[in-house]
Design a protein around this ligand. Sequence first.
Ligand SMILES: Cc1ncc(COP(=O)(O)O)c(C=O)c1O
Length: 438
Amino acid sequence: MDREPPKNSLDAYWMPFTAQRQFKGGPRNFVSAEGMYLTTADGRRVLDGVSSMWCCNAGHNRPRIVEAIRAQAGELDYGPSFQFGHPKAFELANRLVAMMPGGLKHVFYTNSGSESVETALKMALAYHRVRGEGSRTRLIGREKGYHGVNFGGMSVGGMVANRKMFGTLLTGVDHLRHSHGDPRNAFARGEPAFGVEFADDLERLVALHDASTIAAVIVEPVQGSAGVIVPPQGYLKRLREICDRHGILLIFDEVITGFGRLGTPFASQYFGVEPDLVTTAKGITNGTVPMGAVFAQTKIYEAFLQGPPNAIEFFHGYTYSGHPLACAAALGTLDTYEEEGLLTRAAELAPIWADALHGLRGPKVADVRNIGLMGAVEMAPGAEPGKRGFEAFLKLHEAGLLCRVTGDTLAFAPPLIAEHSHIDFLADTVGKVLKTLD
Ligand SMILES: Cc1ncc(COP(=O)(O)O)c(C=O)c1O
């Protein structure tokens, strides 16, 4: 039986990661954005305290990016991505790899962070196979990790709510213990002092499964979605050493940390650790056009270049890999980052940022964490876990500040164009809202 759908119903749109009933009882729509601010449907300005979803690193509506997209749409709107290319895809690839350390000199385009993760995991498996180590099929993630929502990323991910509804996921996956929760690390500024030995958990998994079965380890250098969990001092270096010892590839998921979040172009440079593969998205186009990119070491790229010259070397790709609009947006984004020195600006702001966040320490606050221009305020849970966090999130929105919330943790990562006054407003507003919570 045909049923006329209700006109302008809010129900037609099944929203991602959203409390549908709560939202639809009082929608929070944004209608425009400029610089550090978003504007709501009822005309209120909201300070973007988290670069929207950790992606608008240069702020909103930036002229070079908008113009690049506009011009590209009228020139080459789309072209096939398999067996054909277009000049901006190559120009962008060269600009991107120039920002990467060492041998990370090849880049594969995707459309999101989730797709970047799937791509990197497939590269790791296929890499071992093309060089005759096809027994290396296991993938290792980490508890509390977030690597997007597709099956590979969910499987290596370690946030239970994102996994438990979706069956048995990929087989042959294991997880490192997370490094969070040592009370001696509470309110640490930057990298906490305790917990480097959590990296040794990889040795436990090697002893259990044998190195000859393990293809790769994937970690976020800083765990973003779980609430800005900063790695203990020396942790990532030790993970690199253990991977090297056992021929295991190390993948950094830099979907959040890439493009200046820590005050260096990538977290890899911040921590002085060179991974084998790096996944990115978000900041690559300043959030304007969906795009992701996976960076690969030359040894990985070159291992695939075998067989007859007309044979496809890597059976993987997306209709929209290297989409012309995305490439144009990314070039406009890199120009903006460069012209305004944004990829290192977080380093200048970091001390002020740390002071502002740690100034919020108080009765309802269980922890404050910060690194570069990202940070989190973890509230002590109220009567029901997550309730206080969500209430704070809604109150902050009402008070003109956008943040992300995970359980009772509020996460912040303002655009890299932030001025001191924006950071002051952010901290003041959080402080005021904290006082109103039960
Ligand atoms: C570290 C990390 N990896 C992957 C993803 C997934 O990205 P997307 O939502 O673009 O698929 C995210 C998203 O927040 C992320 O933070």
